[in-house]
Design a protein around this ligand. Structure first.
Ligand SMILES: Cc1cc2nc3c(=O)[nH]c(=O)nc-3n(C[C@H](O)[C@H](O)[C@H](O)COP(=O)(O)OP(=O)(O)OC[C@H]3O[C@@H](n4cnc5c(N)ncnc54)[C@H](O)[C@@H]3O)c2cc1C
Length: 300
């Protein structure tokens, strides 16, 4: 039997967590998972969807702050996210169906800790940190520190994720997220890749980062080494990125794909993500999500 209550304030939610309650945001992992028999509902659950402090998307000169309760439906159309942090919008637009996106939240996606989460790789390439709060502490955790295994985070039981923070974007920057999928809706990534690119004045790559979805126990940052930074974007550098991404991946085989297929296709996704991010960095508008705009993934 589960005891359910609705927090009316952040303090109330934090006190409930300190007493052993588990937060529920949109419930699309927690509640749907329990109905599917993945795990029973916790004994005490507290809804956090009425807490104003957990909403909002705010950008100042230095930092973007996205409240943990911001939904995928909000992220995919928000002008700041779609315009400057496009990889997050690409990812949010691919999540589930409209009903999943309307209630599913960024905080829930991150704290559920699935290696197939779509917003994870974008958050990594954009340098995000999770803001974790208790009744008496507040800290920033890098995504790398936060995700420690499939469905497992390093957050303590009494820590609530209140926001995701990341640096403001430099000039001439773009980002993109693409995923391989077998059908359009209600599907999780077979593999996926996010990329962030900053162009130098001469058009070469000044900075680049890539992170991978569903090819390791957690979202995986790729060490690009000297494969692309300082070089022009061309077939040779894109092929080098694809090779490094494939070599970095440590995928499993399951019903949906073999490890070999995942290793190959994640390289293809990394290459496409870098190419799309560079086009956006160069000022081109590519509609959200890149998957649909460029015909990547399933047709229907
Ligand atoms: C049909 C369907 C399709 C889906 N498709 C996709 C998809 O394509 N891509 C994808 O990435 N996901 C997908 N999902 C998974 C899910 O929708 C997302 O992970 C969503 O973002 C979860 O958010 P939520 O608010 O519903 O989380 P909840 O279910 O409320 O919570 C998830 C977990 O995080 C914890 N939690 C929630 N918020 C916080 C917080 N602020 N601080 C600390 N802990 C917290 C909860 O206790 C729980 O353990 C799908 C789910 C369904 C049902």
């Amino acid at each position: 039997m589960t005891t359910f209550s609705i927090a009316q304030s952040l303090d109330e939610a934090l006190e409930a967590l300190a007493s052993g309650a588990r937060p529920v945001a949109g419930g699309t992992d927690l509640v749907v998972g329990s109905r599917q028999g993945k795990a029973p509902l916790p004994a005490t659950v507290i809804a956090i969807d009425r807490i104003d402090e957990l909403g909002g998307i705010n950008l100042d000169d230095n930092r973007l702050r996205i409240g943990a309760m911001v939904t995928h439906a909000q992220l995919m159309v928000d002008p700041i996210i779609a315009g400057q942090f496009s990889a997050i919008a690409d990812a949010a637009a691919l999540v589930g169906s409209p009903s999943t996106r309307n209630v599913g939240t960024l905080g829930g996606n991150v704290m559920n800790g699935s290696p197939a989460m779509d917003t994870g790789a974008p958050l990594v390439v954009l340098g995000a940190t999770a803001e974790l709060q208790t009744t008496s502490t507040s800290r920033q955790s890098t995504m790398d520190e936060l995700w420690i295994g499939p469905g497992t985070t390093s957050a303590a039981d009494d820590e609530l994720c209140v926001a995701l923070n990341m640096p403001a974007r430099p000039a001439n920057s773009g980002s993109a997220y693409v995923r391989l999928e077998y059908r359009r809706a209600m599907e999780i990534a077979v593999v996926g890749a996010a990329a962030s690119v900053t162009l130098a004045d001469d058009g070469t790559i000044a900075e680049a980062s890539v992170a991978l979805t569903a090819v390791a126990p957690t979202i995986l940052a790729v060490d690009l080494g000297d494969s692309i930074v300082g070089k022009p974007l061309n077939d040779a550098t894109l092929a080098a990125v694809a090779d490094v991404a494939s070599e970095t991946a440590t995928p499993i085989s399951d019903l949906r794909a073999t490890d070999r297929y995942r290793r190959h296709t994640v390289g293809v996704m990394a290459r496409r993500a870098i190419a799309a991010a560079a086009r956006r960095a160069d000022g081109e508008t590519i509609a959200i999500p890149v998957n649909r705009a460029l015909g990547i993934g399933a047709n229907s």
